[in-house]
Design a protein around this ligand. Structure first.
Ligand SMILES: Cc1ncc(COP(=O)(O)O)c(C=O)c1O
Length: 304
């Protein structure tokens, strides 16, 4: 995965990939006290361009807030570091992973004496669920693991520790022969995938769970909503979706920085629609990749 990645930006300096290390007693390693982003830089007609960088940066700072993680760099400094990293690595397209976490000092649960570490790495990464998945769709199962309730941990932001739930759900699905999981919230309604938001199509209208359903505020989710509305679709973005509605949906699809716009062709072995990419999903996926390929929508791109 990291072949061809030479350097990582760590706390203000570019360090060689092999030297980008932390102490084994780092607070975040023990308690999951970090926040992060996953961002894509695309090879557009305007050259390499980072998709929705501003929104990802805003979410990174928002994620840091409840944990009192004091990011010691401005948004401009993180932007300059990222652009320089991508340029110097010579990537035309890549995945970008900024992470901010409590570092090494004490292993009391309180991180107050621990330094805040800020790291940015980048590496080439293709289609997360596979190229075929984007065309044919994926087979998913409803996980037996429920999402954390937002009364237990903020679910709307990207905390490293939250991803043990994603890992359990995703691995359960893969062990059972599925590509990905759908995770229900504590109430038993549909929340999202382990690393994706979910959309449902019924009678040509589009539904996606609202923020109070224990979902991450996905940036691709927001992009898909905007594109769908521009295409003339009605989007219900505060929906509550029951498990049963998944099985009877006309279409389902995932969105995410990694998964982009991926159709879901079956849930728990129930075929969704015709068991392939449906027409509404196709419309939104095409609009998404048109935007990405052109790289023209200036407010959505940071040009490298
Ligand atoms: C749990 C979860 N939900 C949804 C998403 C999609 O968010 P975004 O579109 O901002 O990548 C992600 C991806 O990071 C995620 O990890």
């Amino acid at each position: 995965m990291f072949e061809g990645t030479d350097r990582v930006w760590m706390d203000g300096e570019f360090v060689d990939f092999e030297d980008a290390n932390v102490h084994v007693l780092t607070h975040a390693l023990h308690y999951g006290t970090g926040v992060f982003e996953g961002v894509r830089c695309y090879d557009t007609e305007q050259g390499p361009a980072i998709f929705r960088w501003e929104e990802h940066l805003d979410r990174l700072y928002a994620s840091a807030k409840p944990y009192d993680l004091d990011i010691e760099f401005t948004k401009e400094e993180l932007t300059d570091a990222t652009v320089e990293l991508i340029r110097s690595e010579g990537f035309e397209s890549c995945y970008i992973r900024p992470i901010v976490f409590y570092g090494f000092d004490s292993l009391g649960v309180s991180p107050r004496t621990c330094p805040t570490e800020t790291v940015i790495a980048a590496w080439p990464w293709g289609a997360y669920l596979g190229e075929e998945a984007l065309e044919e769709g994926v087979d998913v199962m409803v996980s037996s693991w429920r999402k954390h309730a937002s009364s237990q941990i903020p679910t709307n932001i990207k905390t490293t520790g939250l991803y043990v739930n994603s890992m359990l759900a995703g691995e359960e699905a893969r062990s059972n022969g599925y590509t990905e999981a759908i995770v229900l919230n504590k109430e038993g309604n549909v929340a999202e995938g382990p690393g994706e938001n979910i959309f449902l199509v019924r009678d040509d209208e589009i539904y996606t769970p609202g923020m109070a359903e224990s979902i991450l505020g996905g940036i691709t989710r927001q992009t898909a909503i905007t594109l769908a509305e521009e295409l003339g679709y009605t989007v219900h973005d505060e929906a509550t979706i029951s498990r049963g509605e998944l099985y009877t949906a006309d279409e389902l699809f995932f969105t995410g920085t990694a998964a982009e716009v991926t159709p879901i062709r079956s849930v728990d072995d129930n075929e969704i629609g015709e068991g392939t990419k449906g027409p509404v999903t196709d419309d939104i996926q095409s609009a998404f990749f048109d935007v990405i390929d052109a790289g023209e929508r200036e407010e959505w791109f940071k040009y490298v």
